[in-house]
Design a protein around this ligand. Structure first.
Ligand SMILES: Cc1ncc(COP(=O)(O)O)c(C=O)c1O
Length: 330
């Protein structure tokens, strides 16, 4: 079976397992795990921010990151198919007391005109105030789309001017970096706070980080503990992340090339596929998924008529070619 349902399905390589087994560890709730500290410093540095915080999931990193900008009763604006809006099961409302309004863009982009029109400044105790704008790069449900750097820069500069923060959901920022050559620090500069994942394209079994200012991260460390996310000898997982950063970033270009093969097989315009995710519209989405599975290719529905395929570390060139021929036949 070739499993294209998600890039979260990867299993740690032998080399990653060896790095995990050898990790130096301590109690991270006491701030004494040297491998976690090394990972947090490394990731903060990569994005040009002061500090970072290791979290078990991207969802928790997002809740902590958005919550560092938006107080209960305030709102965050985001694109309608953003992961924070569609796939975190209401966490930002349920845990953070935050409301959300959305704009729509087929490629998940930050539509500045729409954002400006929606933006609600402080207007007294009658209206919800917009405290932050959230963007997602790459954009998962828009088919792994890369957000253009100039649009992100424009958004950040406008948001700063009106006193709003910018949250970047960078679960797959590594894919954007490899696809465009834009430095991670440049992406870091367009966000007040960001979240990044090690457990998607990078192939670690677990782990994400919230990245931001020292103050925001110190405060998030307290909220992480409150949410039950204080982990102990977790250097064993941070070691997987450090290994992934060392060995699995540049290779993402292979996943992007494999996604190109799938897109071509599905008759999509190559321009429509920026990275490792291909989304096709099919009125018979569920039947399409079942027919592909019968021929040994697992794909997933991500909407009533949307089918998603994701390439990753455990999909070889030969796998991608075989999957492409199955998909073309369907
Ligand atoms: C864009 C994006 N953000 C956040 C997440 C959340 O990550 P996790 O599944 O680790 O909670 C995902 C998960 O796929 C994602 O695609």
């Amino acid at each position: 079976m070739i499993d294209l349902r998600s890039d979260t399905l990867t299993r740690p390589t032998e080399a990653m397992r060896a790095a995990m087994a050898q990790a130096e560890v301590g109690d991270d709730v006491y701030g004494e795990d040297p491998t976690v500290i090394a990972l947090e410093e490394r990731v903060a540095d990569l994005f040009g921010h002061e500090a970072a915080l290791f979290t078990p999931t991207g969802s928790m990193a997002n809740v902590l990151a958005v919550g560092s900008l938006v107080a209960p009763g305030q709102e965050v604006l985001c694109e309608a198919s953003a992961h924070i809006a569609r796939a975190e099961l209401g966490a930002h409302g349920a845990i953070g007391g935050i409301t959300m309004r959305t704009w729509t863009h087929p490629r998940g982009r930050p539509d500045l005109a729409a954002v400006r029109a929606m933006f609600a400044p402080e207007m007294g105790p009658f209206f919800v105030r917009t405290a932050a704008i959230s963007v997602e790069n790459t954009h998962n449900f828009a088919g792994g789309a890369v957000l253009p750097l100039d649009e992100l820069q424009e958004l950040r500069s406008w948001a700063t001017g009106v006193g709003a923060g910018v949250h970047l959901d960078g679960a797959r920022i590594w894919n954007a970096h490899v696809a465009t050559g834009v430095a991670l620090a440049e992406y870091g500069a367009v966000a007040s706070v960001l979240s990044v994942c090690l457990s998607k394209g990078l192939g670690a079994p677990v782990g994400s980080l919230m990245v931001g200012s020292r103050d925001a991260v110190d405060e998030a460390r307290v909220r992480r503990k409150r949410m039950g996310g204080g982990m102990r000898q977790v250097g064993i997982l941070a070691a997987a992340g450090l290994h992934a950063l060392e060995h699995h970033v540049e290779r993402l270009a292979e996943d992007h090339a494999h996604a190109g093969l799938l897109a071509e097989a599905c008759g999509l315009d190559q321009e429509a596929v920026d990275t490792n995710i291909v989304v096709v519209e099919r009125s018979d989405a569920a039947a399409f998924v079942a027919a592909a599975a019968e021929q040994g290719v697992r794909v997933a529905t991500v909407g009533p008529t949307a089918v998603r395929m994701v390439t990753h570390l455990d999909v070889s060139r030969a796998d991608a070619e075989r999957a492409a021929s199955v998909l073309a036949s369907l």
